[in-house]
Design a binder for this molecule. Structure first.
Ligand code: FE2
Length: 383
């Protein structure tokens, strides 16, 4: 039999938990064989899982990992993987840890998130004086600490400690202004592939000054699974999300796994819904879930939100109202939401789904931008 295909081995996460476990995964391309024999030099063979994931007890160091097709041993993938502990000595998480990140910012509050089981203590304050503290000791993986009573347009520093050891570096954030109509932000979509393009864009973002970022869906390819979040989000944006708020809404890929449950676990959604809004000074920003355009509760909420007075009104969601690319317009958005945008004076709408850039002239006062070049393959291979 002539085999066509390949097995690519890559580290799914480089971490060490309390038992010293590192996880590897394999990706099958055009191969009929979806189960593997694994071997990890220095720590022996391991069990095979249907998902192609392998968890090996190991210590920090460099490992040679091989995956071989079960029914076709000529299919082989191998990689050298460096496993390092993300945790300072003394911290043990019973789960794959994620360093603290800024999950929400408003003019009076911020949410610091991290992943470790059990939790820890976040300290924050003005300058280097972190006199306020919140402790979350719940035995769960994901933690969101809401810092409240903050002052608008003020820079705070924060840190998270677990068992007395600092988890991640000290970082800063600046609260939103309460007034003023000037802001600068970045909007993109269709990003979360872990591609070199996504990483390059992240580097460009680091070189620019902006207040916040909007992600108009398809934040995590391919299935919005929790195991895809490190590659598609936390690693590419590591030097950004510790100090700048990113506001994502789901695209079609983000809800493939459990209807988007991992999205709700990893991102702070202030009302528990996939749609929400916030003010940045006198700019009102509204994020919607265009996987559910027919949801009347969402439409009612949208209309109420749009009635709030604002100097600028910006709306973003995944499926474009107007697009000349391969997917074309989204008729349901045109019939359900566009009349509200026009009635209540929305200035700008950002979408993705089509992997390119388009901007309309104002249509009944509303300008629509497709900005789906966040990292996935550009149009021609849109997803
Ligand atoms: Fe999409």
């Amino acid at each position: 039999m002539i085999s066509q295909g390949a097995i690519r081995v890559q580290p799914a996460a480089r971490f060490l938990g309390p038992g010293g476990k590192a996880r590897f995964s394999a990706e099958v391309t055009e191969a009929p064989d979806k189960t593997f024999f694994w071997s990890v030099r220095e720590s022996g063979g391991g069990t095979i899982s249907e998902q192609g994931e392998y968890t090996a007890p190991t210590a920090a160091g460099t490992y040679h990992v091989t995956a071989t097709g079960r029914s076709d041993p000529s299919l082989k993938g191998e990689a050298t993987v460096t496993v390092s502990s993300l945790l300072p000595k003394g911290i043990a998480c019973n789960t794959s840890p994620r360093r603290p990140y800024l999950a929400w910012v408003s003019s009076q509050s911020a949410v610091i998130a991290w992943r470790c089981n059990p939790g820890g203590t976040v300290r924050w304050g003005l300058g280097e004086e972190r006199s306020e503290a919140l402790t979350d000791r719940t035995v769960q993986d994901q933690h969101f600490a809401l810092l409240s009573d903050l002052t608008p347009e003020t820079t705070y520093s924060y840190e998270v400690a677990i068992d007395g050891e600092r988890f991640g570096p000290v970082a800063t954030f600046t609260t939103a202004p309460a007034q003023g109509s000037e802001t600068s932000f970045i909007a993109f979509a269709d990003s979360g592939t872990g591609s070199v393009h996504q990483k390059r864009l992240a580097e460009v973002m680091k070189s620019r000054s902006f207040d916040f970022a909007l992600i108009a869906g398809d934040v995590i390819y391919d299935k919005g699974a929790d195991t895809e979040y490190d590659r598609g989000y936390f690693q590419p944006y590591a030097g950004l999300i510790d100090h700048l708020p990113f506001f994502p809404v789901p695209g079609n890929h983000d809800i493939v796994t459990d209807g988007g449950k991992p999205f709700k676990q990893n991102f702070y959604l202030p009302r528990g819904n996939f749609y929400y809004d916030f003010f940045w000074g006198e700019t009102h920003v509204i994020g919607l879930d265009s996987n559910k355009v027919a949801d009347l509760a969402q439409k009612r909420w949208l209309e109420t939100a749009l009635k709030a007075p604002a100097r600028w009104k910006i709306v973003y969601f995944h499926h474009p109202a107007f697009s000349s690319a391969e997917y074309g317009d989204t008729p349901s958005v045109q019939s359900q939401w566009v009349p509200l945008f026009e009635q209540y004076g929305v200035d700008l709408v950002f979408n993705g789904h089509a992997h390119g850039y388009e901007r309309t002239v104002p249509i009944n006062g509303v300008t629509y931008v497709v900005t789906g070049g966040g990292g996935a393959a550009l149009s021609g291979g849109a997803e």
